[in-house]
Design a protein around this ligand. Structure first.
Ligand SMILES: [Zn+2]
Length: 357
């Protein structure tokens, strides 16, 4: 397959022709210089690395009705909020089926990996592992121990199934719990993550010490808070649609200015479909609505580049010959790739080069 148009990857946007064979990039160059070979399929479009959805709660995709309208705390509070009652009410089979459905959608939309905060302790993590098997979407599970004070046996079992721990938030957990969990994650070589400054502002000291590998939201963070996070080089996942449902908005322009390593997530599956493309378009529109525009390149990086760096596989975000990237082709005009990708991508415009190309 030969794609003529543009590349948008970790090195930014540029005009290019890209030859893809067996799902991998084998040659790049200027359009017109890389020539079509006989019998080769030819497309016009933009070649990108497959996106990563950096924050989900796929378990609650078992919810199929509009959730009650109310403060986010009352909906997602553990153990008696709407979400946890729903999870407790539904059978394992129902949850697995709902997650598989969500995974199929992500796969169709080209999503290559997802970072999920999984509730329900080690059994919840096992459920997600089973649901994700064979989905084609790499699933990183940040589980959550249920017992407080932390029970070392439960914590090590949660860590043994998952890829790390994703806590509710600094203000929901004691400093001792955060310390114990962070230490156990380090020892196990796994990730330590938590939600922060979602509904109310929390002090950076509370969520930066112990230093997490990942923070989610920061919708209420001040410019000083953002600078503190950037200085510690802690990556941040923003979920603009989820925040907007509750009248909040992360300051994406402030994050860009502070030099934050930002990623994008779709958050609770009971609120939104796990579509990175919808999240990208909403993020763009919302920042304009607020009068705090953010660059489309920064937004595109949040889904296509930063996650690879966070995962320790930065070459996955490089569209170049021999790179390990899994390329997607978007059938979109090539003049302004980041703008096109952020505002216009839909499932129907995505070509996933396969083994036969
Ligand atoms: Zn979340």
């Amino acid at each position: 397959m030969l794609v003529e148009g543009a590349i948008l990857d970790r090195d930014g946007p540029r005009r290019a022709a890209v030859r893809i064979r067996q799902g991998r990039v084998v040659e790049t160059g200027l359009p017109g210089v890389v020539r079509r070979r006989g019998g080769e399929r030819r497309l016009r479009g933009i070649v990108i690395p497959a996106p990563v959805n950096a924050h989900t709660h796929l378990g609650d995709s078992v919810s199929t009705r509009e959730p009650p309208i109310g403060p986010v705390e009352s909906l997602v509070a553990s153990p008696n909020g709407y979400k946890f009652r729903l999870l407790a009410d539904r059978s394992r089979a129902e949850k697995v089926r709902a997650i598989r459905h969500a995974m199929r959608r992500m796969r169709r939309e080209g999503t290559i990996a997802v970072i999920d905060f999984r509730e329900e302790g080690a059994p919840g993590e096992k459920l997600l592992r089973d649901a994700a098997r064979g989905s084609g979407v790499r699933t990183l599970i940040l589980g959550r121990p249920l017992l407080r004070p932390i029970d070392p046996t439960e914590l090590s079992s949660v860590l043994s199934v998952g890829d790390g721990i994703g806590l509710s938030s600094a203000r929901d957990e004691s400093p001792e719990t955060r310390r114990v969990v962070a230490r156990a994650c380090r020892r196990a070589g796994k990730w330590f993550a938590l939600h922060a400054s979602e509904a109310v502002r929390e002090l950076p000291d509370s969520y930066l010490d112990p230093r997490p590998d990942l923070l989610v939201h920061l919708a209420k963070a001040t410019p000083d808070d953002l600078r503190a996070v950037a200085a510690r080089k802690v990556s941040v996942v923003v979920c603009p649609r989820s925040n907007a449902l509750f009248g909040r908005q992360p300051d994406l322009a402030g994050m860009e200015r502070a030099g934050i390593r930002m990623m994008l997530g779709t958050d609770n599956a009971m609120f939104h479909a796990p579509s990175v493309w919808r999240e990208l378009e909403f993020a763009y529109v919302a920042t304009r609505l607020r009068g705090r525009p953010v660059s489309t390149e920064f937004l595109a990086r949040s889904a296509l580049v930063e996650p690879y760096r966070w995962l320790g596989t930065p070459d996955g975000a490089s569209i170049s010959a021999g790179s390990p990237a899994v390329p997607l082709v978007l059938r979109l005009p090539a003049d302004d790739p980041a703008y096109q990708v952020v505002t216009r991508t839909t499932e129907h415009l995505i070509v996933r080069p396969g083994r036969v190309d």
